[in-house]
Design a protein around this ligand. Sequence first.
Ligand SMILES: [Fe+2]
Length: 383
Amino acid sequence: MSTFIVPRETYHGLGSLENLKAIEGKKAVIVTGSGSMKKYGFLDKTINLLKEAGMESAVFEGVEADPSVETVMRGVAFFNREKPDIIIGLGGCSAIDAAKAMWVFYEYPEATFEEIIKPFSVKPLRNKARFVAIPSTSGTGTEATCASIITDTGKGIKYPIVSYEICPDIAIVDGDLAKSMPKNVTADTGMDALSHDVEAFVAALASPYSDAMALDSIRSIFVNLPRAFEDGNNLEVRQAMHDASCMGGVAFSNALLGIVHSIAHQIGGMFSIPHGRANAILMPNVIRFNSRDTDKYRLLAQALGKETAEDFAGEIERLRQRVGIEGSFKAYGIDPTAWKEKLDAMVQNAMDDPCTGTNPRKPTLEEMKKIFEACFDGKIVKF
Ligand SMILES: [Fe+2]
């Protein structure tokens, strides 16, 4: 017996931001990042639409990439002053993820960070506020997921908060907001979305429901990511990528992920490589490793007119090159000495990462290390 969790309402399509006018509430707090939503006019538009809905709003700005525990706590203090009954995460995944964590502590001031990072430990929310997610990047699908990633900057570790409770009540998937993404962000986030689909499709908890979402999203990304990369002003293509990202979010939120993410969480925390870029480098070798224990990659190859798992890994490499992402970690200037020093700790943390539990093939410590090393050098992994 399994469950399949999605946001209660998902509005999608160009102009769907207008649906804010119909939201019921008294006071909204909008949590956003460091400026692109303001610069492109979407923050003002959101405030005005809420006004039309008869709602006051206050803005918590400046959530950084990879939001920290400290930022979350500052947000909670802001919530406690403003007392919202609607929380809106507006912008990239960082703003939405931070807003989700703030929401938990706003509802449960006595909770500790250590408690809420235990999977499925968040108590029932919605006693104080409902949650609206409005993404501006087409990558994490956080508008539709039961997950949030918060960084402990002191320890250099990314903590996933996972709970059905933090799945947003309302997701607004309006591709117009995605035109604010520069080229490199389009590439990195698009490859992140693809990695969600691919990992969810072969994960231990995959179901016909998550497979359908993942497969359709993969087909769309192979067509639309290069187009979005080449012409960011094509709003139809932006919408297609926004939809694909949201569907990938639904897929992985229910089926969970695998060791691409276990490894990327460590490298991202230690060396500040953008998450989706790390996934793009890791995916082909993880497919080669996993393909001994699952034949589902063949279905993905067939969806692209190819045959084998190796064909599919090759298609990902070609897509990665088309969107300007290199094939190794060393190409991004990671110092080999620092890498060697941190390697054993990263390998162990990747083994302990919750995503490893749903990977279709269980790696040994040595196999995990081999994948890290091959991807650092940009070599094909052989087992
Ligand atoms: Fe991801």
